[in-house]
Design a protein around this ligand. Sequence first.
Ligand code: PRX
Length: 662
Amino acid sequence: MARMETSSNLEAELDRLLEIERFDPPEEFREHALLADRSVYEEAERDWQGWWLSQAKELSWFKEPTETLDDSDPPFYKWFADGKLNASHICLDQHVEAGNGERVAFHWRGEEGEERDLTYADLHRDVQRFANALKELGIGKGDIVGIYLPMIPEVVVAMLACARIGAPHNVVFGGFSADSVRERMEFSEAKALITVDGARRKGKTAPIKQQVDSVMADLDTIEHIIVVKHTDAECEMKDGRDVWYHEVMEKADTECPAEELDAEHPLYVLYTSGSTGKPKGVLHTTGGYLTGVASTHRYVFDLHPDEDVYWCSADVGWVTGHSYIVYGPMANGATSVMFEGAPDYPHKGIWWELCERYGVTIFYTAPTAIRACIKWGTEHVEKFNLDKLRLLGTVGEPINPKAWLWYHKVVGGERCPIVDTWWQTETGQIMITPLPGIVSTKPGSATFPYPGIAATVVDEREGKELEPGEPGLLVLTRPWPAMLRTLYREDERFIEQYFSKFGKETYLVGDGARKDEDGYFWIIGRIDDVVNVSGHRLSTAEVESAIVSHQKVAEAAVIGQSDEDTGQAICAFVTLEGDLEGTSELEQEIRDHVGSRIGKFTRPKRIIWADDLPKTRSGKIMRRLLRDIAEGRALGDVTTLRDPDVMSQLEDKIKAEQAEDD
Ligand code: PRX
């Protein structure tokens, strides 16, 4: 395998590829693809509801649905409402019953190189036990169960055990702070929390249980905390409330049949950032969600479950992990890789080492990770044999063509199609994406809506469809099975946020986009106060309120600034109390404060001390001007400002800062 190239050769090669407008599906790929001709789009267009029903019927139901969509009360749609099923049965029992119990569901790899292969039969056994353990603790259908775990197999067991007894889970990403966990448990009135003694990160251990204890004491809705022993980090176990996972597992009965649940039974709540400081509890239900994720996982990734080894490098705590590590792949009986660690620990080629080791054929990651790999150097990839890879995917943010081409050439050896998949926590499933055996790709475009999905770009004022090339708002004009059903306990906010601007039948995405002459969709980015840092979604308001909770801060305004590595980075304009001076120590203090309030990954990259912030006469902070100033653009209209001098002062500050950096 002689893929070693000098960097100047690689540059020349990438420049050559930059000239190519479209990349057709390679012939070799098409020959084996599940879908290789465009008729699927036509079939789905002829009868989109019928198409979704046909996808639903691929699942193993206790009672197959006869109804497809109930749209009598938009935007509260119901899908497959008379069907009965259970997500855990679909992800486990059906495979065991079909004789595939010995198939590996996950090749798990720990940070320090530990390996565990978990078969479908192993997980079937553990999930039943844990479901019984939950029942023993008094948790049943409809109770919310929090999950705050690292990337260890127990996180999958916990999610599927909840699903088995009809208790919706509420998973919090391990990178969020204990304060954020508390907030999410409080909002959802969770009855139990499943967590871990300690979590490992690049050779260090974080005392998770201790951190959880420090904030959870007075939250009475939490009746039980179940603790997985993972690192032996010290922790106290509170009598009557806390139990060890391994102890309750030992005592639990081995058999626990899956509850027969209605298709619209809630499967999970997942909190995500909105444009206000309060996270939104996105609620997904069972039948439509599983239909959406299983169908897209099969066809977007062209999954051949008995041959492929699939790896989605996301964390299970984000929607990507829910839909494309757990529910989609497991519904389809896939063999996956699950990795506990970071992409640069113990070395910068670990992902590629694992691709070689497990023979990964399909790899799905985020553009920000690709950009990090480019920075680290091609040599870390080229050391490993990636010949088995046949399909690559990206998700989470727009991918710049250079990163796309590097991924295509260096990782994919120019033979793997790339699926750039656009979707959201709210959509549950992939919505705009190439089908890899059919669609010619253009680097940077997510291409076309998935069969059955209707999307378009409209103008902001009237919601009229725009001509090719014109940027506008992305909207979805039909319901789809995996759509969120509401915001947990906030029906009004659900309508207001997504279905008020253009009526109750048009879903407002919150992204800007344009379509080109060939109908390809190009996603531009968020149009609200949501920032996308390394594919992680954050609300500027949430970071602002964390900053102003620091005692020395009077006021703060947070914006997302373009960033070469992370797509966007958080930049905070901060005014201090009284005569306090901004110092580098205080900057660090504020960053750490935000880290402990929300999570380390939300710490501002840049803090700019401001004597005052630009506000309109009614007192609203003009973030548009702050974005202009942070990115060094000419300032837009400042005449509506209460005090236009504020901007020139800020400009002087930024110039002084730049002079210092130079
Ligand atoms: O702005 C879009 C961006 O990520 C947002 C959704 O974030 P979240 O709910 O956290 O889900 C991320 C994983 C599905 C979108 O509104 N986004 C996601 N995928 C893409 C993207 N932007 C451009 N291209 C994508 N492929």
